[in-house]
Design a protein around this ligand. Structure first.
Ligand code: NAP
Length: 304
């Protein structure tokens, strides 16, 4: 963990908090950027949208769609703030933050230097970016700048959206995404959860061939011709954990990838439960699940 100059305390930059589980009482400082300004500039071919890090992501998506500025509709209802969006390169239904990122503005809390990253320099990957690297933990994201092309076509390849007509409007797509998410995912305000707990594993084509011999129906999505993405939710369901519950911690009844706290599950309960999922999946499939949700312990982030 990095230490703040002068103060000597450990600190952690928190966005909306929707992708972090505090499994112990963190013994450091929490820093949040609260700026909430949004501005839109229209150019000939694109809209440029500047949103400060404290803007709620879904509010931004709704605001833009209601202004007839399309592009972010598939990313509707993702919890959290704009400042967190580049960190894990949020994605859903075939769209990713990186598809629309133009710049990420940061302040280094140690050197106090302001730095603007162009999208190409953010090292975006699958639920990953340069901002996740431990060397960059002092970078406070203050603003994101999005570039939304006026030339728009709906992205309807994902199950649930593929029934929409090809001339569907951005608003129709957004409303469909909201409907699907509301049906499938628990609202964190009424049932505590941090969304998908594990990342979808990306493995070699060769390994998939091995898995197909035992599990012929295993869902696979080609990533780049040599790598293949598996569905973590499917693996967990096959391992018998869909709707499983141990005390107050469990997986959601409608979605095995979402771990929920039914009432008073402790950090230790959560860790024991998710480790048992990871171990069973490893044993059955030989595939290692990695947590997507950040786990915060007393001294900083902990590994599963
Ligand atoms: P799903 O339909 O049960 O599919 C399982 C996984 O397979 C998805 O996570 C998705 O990977 C992949 N997939 C499905 N159709 C695909 C296609 N046509 N092309 C490529 N990959 C495909 O998925 P789900 O759990 O309901 O989630 C739907 C979308 O919402 C996904 O994109 C998911 O990432 C997103 N989501 C994210 C969170 C979160 O907390 N991060 C929570 C819920 C849903 P990808 O994840 O790579 O898209």
């Amino acid at each position: 963990m990095v230490k703040l100059n002068g103060l000597g305390n450990e600190f952690f930059i928190l966005g909306g908090g929707s992708n972090v589980s505090f499994v112990e009482d963190y013994d450091g400082q929490i820093i949040r950027f609260e700026g909430k300004r949004v501005s839109v500039t229209e150019k000939e071919e694109d809209w440029f949208v500047e949103a400060e890090a404290g803007v709620n992501w879904h509010s931004l998506v709704q605001y833009l769609i209601n202004q007839d500025i399309p592009g972010l509709e598939n990313l509707a209802l993702i919890p959290g703030n704009c400042g967190a969006a580049p960190v894990q390169n949020i994605g859903a239904y075939g769209s990713e933050f990186s598809d629309y990122c133009y710049q990420v503005h940061t302040t280094d809390l140690i050197s106090r230097k302001y730095h603007v990253f162009d999208a190409i320099d953010c090292n975006f990957g699958y639920r990953n970016s340069l901002f996740k690297e431990s060397a960059n933990k002092a970078l406070l994201i203050t603003k994101v700048v999005l570039k939304l092309p006026k030339l728009w076509r709906p992205k309807l390849s994902y199950h649930g959206l593929n029934g929409l007509p090809v001339d569907a409007t951005p608003k129709t797509v957004m409303e469909k995404v909201i409907q699907i998410r509301n049906n499938k995912l628990p609202d964190p305000k009424s049932l505590a959860n941090s969304g998908s707990f594990f990342k979808n594993p990306v493995i070699d084509e060769e390994e998939v061939k091995r898995l197909r011999q035992t599990y012929s129906d295993i869902p696979c999505y080609s990533v780049d011709g040599t790598k293949v993405k598996l569905s973590a939710g499917w693996l967990i369901e096959k391992a018998g954990f869909k709707g499983a519950r141990v005390g107050d911690v469990g997986t959601y009844i409608n979605h095995a990838l979402v771990v929920v706290n039914y009432n008073k599950a402790t950090g230790a309960d959560l860790l024991n439960f998710v480790r048992s999922i990871r171990d069973k999946v490893q044993l059955m499939f030989g595939v290692t699940l990695e947590n997507e949700v950040l786990l915060m312990g007393r001294d900083g982030l902990i590994t599963l």
